[in-house]
Design a protein around this ligand. Structure first.
Ligand code: HEM
Ligand code: FES
Length: 350
């Protein structure tokens, strides 16, 4: 972790981020209601509740789309990195908006004194074999439960308790939730709504997420494919100056983890590309105040041994490096986290 960075406590940046989020969500909901009310005022109480169901449902879908787009956008263009910071609060707010959508749906039954009908709908097992008439609310409930699981384990306590690898794998379930929401809307409202707005929102949102992930994935294939593996298993990275000063080049032997090879002036060192905090891409960060700094939330590590500066205790796996005929080479077999492995180049080899 970095010395001057408070990752868990509230700070001004987090408050500003959350403030902007809450204002944007409020503006969307108020705008949605105002536009629909002006176009066609609800004729009765259930129709009014339905308006709120749709306002909160579409808001949650759009928020999920943005949450899933932030990762690839930040990889494609560093200017989106500030959006990554505090992305967990974005996720928790998305759950709260989706839960409000669910609450209004319950209210829709309640105002008509028909709540038991919901249970009947959900337990009419023959409907689960139909395409038209499928109980799409059951899919919505499953998606909401996944969002609840993720929101309730979003705190750093769970990250430490579960380990970053398991925590990250668990939070990948957001893609399952997103897929379920797409099905929920396609099998539900789209079947009996003849406006173009819902299909446009669905196809536009889903298409954006898919395209951004494909483009970011394709851009990232480059470093992996380009690494030349030598006879002794080491990987050729390139001349020392091909590594940007205070930056890194990311390499990987086929089938092995990515390695971030950093240069700090004449010092060269290699660390795993996975940050100990949330597996962020260390190699996309820079050396700040003499420490490798993760681009996601600012955790810092010493280049020489992969250890966070005191009083922090996180350690990254390091890799052996050498200079062979003017070319930096790295051994892709990881050393135990915290093992000193960086080297100093002489001015002639630079
Ligand atoms: C992750 C959770 C969920 C998300 C993101 C979500 C999203 C959406 C979206 C985008 C719509 C279409 C809104 C529009 O017409 O503009 C919708 C409709 C609807 N959703 Fe959900 N939903 C979720 C969970 C649920 C749950 C748990 C239920 C109920 C058990 C539910 C019940 C409904 C109903 C009844 C409609 C249709 C409203 C109408 O007929 O006007 N949803 N949802
Ligand atoms: S600081 Fe959070 S992933 Fe690196």
């Amino acid at each position: 972790m970095s010395i001057g960075y408070r990752a868990v406590q509230w700070n001004r940046d987090k408050l500003r981020y959350d403030g902007i989020l809450i204002v944007a969500v409020s503006l969307y909901i108020a705008g949605y209601a105002a536009i629909h009310w002006t176009l066609e005022a609800p004729k009765n109480l259930p129709a009014e509740v339905d308006l709120w169901i749709r306002a909160f449902g579409s808001c949650a879908f759009l928020m999920l789309t943005v949450v899933l787009s932030i990762g690839p956008l930040a990889r494609l263009d560093r200017r989106f990195l500030p959006l990554l910071y505090n992305r967990r609060h974005f996720g928790v707010l998305t759950f709260l908006v989706a839960a409000t959508h669910f609450w209004f749906m319950l209210d829709w039954y309640l105002v008509q004194h028909a709540l038991p009908n919901l249970l009947t709908e959900l337990t009419k097992w023959t409907d689960y074999t139909k395409f038209i008439g499928f109980p799409f609310k059951a899919i919505g409930i499953t998606a909401l439960l996944i969002l609840f699981l993720m929101a309730s384990t979003s705190h750093d306590f769970w990250l430490t308790f579960l380990t970053p690898r398991i925590w990250k794998a668990l939070h990948m379930a957001i893609y399952v939730a997103y897929g379920l929401v797409v099905i929920h809307v396609s099998l539900g409202i789209m079947q009996n709504d003849d406006t173009i707005a819902v299909p446009v929102m669905l196809v536009g949102g889903f298409g954006t997420v898919v395209v951004l992930h494909l483009v970011a994935g394709w851009r990232e294939c480059g470093p992996d494919k380009g690494a030349a593996v030598l006879d002794d298993g080491w990987i050729a990275v390139g001349p020392p100056r091909s590594i940007p000063d205070k930056g890194a080049r990311i390499v990987a032997a086929p089938g092995s983890e990515r390695i971030a090879v950093f240069r700090d002036g004449e010092q060269i060192g290699a660390l795993t590309n996975l940050c100990a905090h949330q597996n962020g891409p260390i190699g996309e960060g820079h050396i700040v105040d003499g420490c490798v700094t993760c681009p996601w939330h600012g955790y810092q590590y010493r280049l020489e041994d992969g250890c966070a500066p005191p009083p922090f205790t996180e350690k990254l796996a390091t890799y052996r490096v050498r200079i062979n005929r003017g070319i930096v080479e790295v051994d892709p077999r990881p050393l135990p986290p915290g093992t000193p492995a960086a080297i100093k180049c002489s001015p002639e080899t630079m």
